[in-house]
Every structure is written in structure tokens, then in C-alpha cells.
Design a protein around this ligand. Structure first.
Ligand code: SF4
Length: 357
């Protein structure tokens, strides 16, 4: 297999001009690689620019309050990445004198950096001969070799890592890794790969066999679970809104939300909301009208968020199941970081306000 020269020649001509490719500064490479985990290039671009503007150095990021980092991350999803990013920046600034580790093993010490990300940073920023294997590379390799086995199996993945290592050239490993990922993203796409313009089609076993559409083989996913969630738009007698910050560990950790939770058993949504508010904040409310309903998909499940207007009756909020809480004016909602579903509720509140005034 000697597709590497053709791939690199193609990359030299077609590499996209991406903001993080303009320098090999490990801080920028690391930031972009964390943002690109599970997220499309086009989505990442504006976030990357905003982050660099706010935190031009790893020290600046380390010194920022977590809330500010989460606010800038808002909308990018997978919020544990933002928390890990912040912790890792503090490690680099405090323990490594502001310099990123230069080896894969050293990079693996940083929270949020796994085998793929360590390989990407080491090869791109430092020219280390370290392999990468992400979804794009798996797809390209499965097609190049016309792999008939399920790529989600650990043993198959281990073999693909071995291929990634064996095929890695000594020269320009960072460019080669980026070329592979870019080929997967723009040419060897999941559906309708552009084989006739592919720079390595002569080396591709699936192309020869006409099996591109069947590669990679992946086992079918089961049905995605769905949950109903009730949330309260809770106002005090002065019209202020109660918002709560989720605990740091767990889904959407550190983000703010309209407090509430998942419906259990056969309880009604208002019963669910009353129970959740009692359990998490020790408050009692009068649940009023349903204000809006938002459907949202996470990676492994879906939710329907039912937001109810509520009046605070009694009990001073306590931090039982929440990290923090705040009574705020509706106009202050944009100062806090919320997940996508809660952002939809805020949008509906703002639209209602615009209609009224
Ligand atoms: Fe992918 Fe087609 Fe190129 Fe093979 S020939 S690597 S299937 S784009």
C-alpha cells in the first residue's frame, strides 16, 4: 500500500484554509482538536476565533473563571470538553510552566485528551510520528481495505490503530494525518463518496469491488430512549426568575437551566416538577400553564422538555441537587450559559416579550 504520496500531493493542493492551520502553536492545535471532537469544522470555526480572542494564551484560559469558559462554549455541546479544557489549561500553566507536553504519553496526562487527540497534537504541532484514528480515518481505512468486519468491535479497532501506525510516513506525519481526516470529511464521505475525484482510488479495494456504500460495516443501533422532562419558569413576587446551575460532574455539567427533571413512573408532568423542585432546591411552587415544549436529541437519548410557568410559594432555595442558583431579571438570561433546549425556552420568552412590548 503506497497511497501516501498521492494523498499528500492532493493535500498540498486542496488543504482547506482553516483558522487553526495558520500556525503550529500547540495551544491552537490543542484547542481546535478538542473543539473538533464530535463537531463539524464549519461549526467550530467561529468558536475557535472567539476563544482565541478571549483567551490568546493557555495562561489566559487557565486564569479565566469556568463560567466564562462555559459561556463561550455555549451551543457547541458536549460540555465536559469545556470543563476538561479549563482543567487542562490550569495543569499546563501550573505544572508544566505554560508549555504543552511534546510526547503522546505526556499529552495523555491532560484531561480530555485521548489517544486520537494526543496523536493529532503531537504530529501536527511537533511533527512526532504518532497515528490518529477518528471516524473519518476509520471510514477511509475500511474502504481502502474493503473491511467486512464490524468496525465498532474493539479487536477490529485495535487492528485499525495498527494500520494507522504502519501506514504513517516518516516524513510529514502531521500533514499526512490531516490529509487523511480531510479526505474522509470532503471526499470519502459517509454517503456518496466522490470516488471519481479521489486521489487514492487506485489503491482502494472497496472502489475496485464496488462496495463503498457497504463500508464501513457497523452494527445497527437500537432504538434511542426518550424521556419527558418538566422544567419550571419560576417567578418570585417581584417577577424575578429562578435559574439553577447543574452539578459539574455529569451531563451539561456547570450549565444553567430552568430547574426541573425527568418524569418518573406514571406521575404527571406537574407532579414531576413539584417533586424535582422539592428534591433539588427544597422549594414549593404552584405549577401553572404549560409555556412551551422543546424536543432535543443528545447522542444516546432524546428528551421532550415541557416548560411550565410557576409561582414560587415557599421555601428559600437550597443547593441540594444543584451547584448554585440565582434569582435574575429576564433581561439577564443571556449573561448565563444554558444548554440548547433551555436556550429554546429563552427564545420563546424573548419572543413573547417582544410581542407584548
Ligand atoms: Fe473513499 Fe472512494 Fe476514495 Fe475509496 S475511492 S477512498 S471509497 S472516496
Amino acid at each position: 500500500m503506497s497511497f501516501q504520496p498521492d494523498l499528500l500531493a492532493w493535500y498540498d493542493q486542496h488543504a482547506a484554509d482553516l483558522p487553526w492551520r495558520r500556525s503550529q502553536d500547540p495551544y491552537r492545535v490543542w484547542l481546535s482538536e478538542i473543539m473538533l471532537q464530535q463537531t463539524q469544522v464549519e461549526t467550530v470555526k467561529p468558536y475557535f476565533e472567539r476563544f482565541l480572542e478571549a483567551f490568546p494564551t493557555v495562561e489566559a484560559l487557565a486564569a479565566a473563571p469556568l463560567d466564562r469558559v462555559l459561556k463561550l462554549w455555549e451551543g457547541l455541546g458536549y460540555y465536559s470538553r469545556a470543563r476538561n479544557l479549563h482543567t487542562a489549561a490550569q495543569m499546563v500553566a501550573r505544572d508544566f510552566g505554560g508549555r504543552f507536553p511534546t510526547t503522546v504519553d505526556g499529552l495523555l496526562l491532560l484531561p480530555g485528551v485521548g489517544r486520537y487527540t494526543a496523536g493529532a497534537i503531537a504530529s501536527i504541532a511537533y511533527g512526532v510520528r504518532a497515528p490518529v484514528l477518528d471516524g473519518n480515518v476509520i471510514r477511509v481505512f475500511a474502504r481502502l481495505t474493503d473491511l467486512k468486519e464490524d468496525v465498532s468491535q474493539t479487536t477490529v479497532k485495535d487492528r485499525l490503530w495498527k494500520l494507522a501506525e504502519d501506514w504513517l510516513p516518516d516524513d510529514r506525519p502531521g500533514d499526512y494525518n490531516q490529509a487523511l481526516m480531510e479526505l474522509g470529511r470532503t471526499v470519502c464521505k459517509p454517503r456518496n463518496p466522490l470516488c471519481t475525484t479521489c486521489p487514492i482510488f487506485l489503491h482502494c479495494a472497496a472502489f475496485n469491488q464496488g462496495t463503498q456504500a457497504q463500508r464501513p460495516v457497523k452494527k445497527a443501533r437500537g432504538a434511542t430512549p426518550h424521556y419527558d422532562v418538566a422544567a419550571g419558569i419560576i417567578r418570585d413576587s417581584g417577577g424575578k426568575l429562578l435559574i439553577a446551575q447543574r452539578p459539574l460532574d455529569g451531563l451539561l455539567g456547570g450549565l444553567w437551566e430552568f430547574p426541573g427533571g425527568k418524569r418518573e413512573g406514571d406521575e404527571t408532568l406537574p407532579e414531576c416538577l413539584e417533586r424535582e423542585l422539592q428534591e433539588e432546591l427544597a422549594i414549593q411552587v404552584e405549577v401553572g400553564n404549560l409555556f412551551t415544549v422543546v424536543d432535543h436529541a443528545f447522542t444516546h437519548f432524546r428528551i421532550t422538555l415541557h416548560a411550565f410557568e410557576c409561582r414560587h410559594l415557599s421555601g428559600a432555595p437550597q443547593r441540594i441537587g444543584v451547584r448554585d442558583f440565582a434569582w435574575i431579571q429576564e433581561s439577564q438570561l443571556d449573561d448565563y450559559s444554558f444548554g440548547k433546549a433551555d436556550r429554546e425556552v429563552i427564545k420563546a420568552l424573548q419572543e413573547r416579550r417582544n410581542m407584548l412590548f
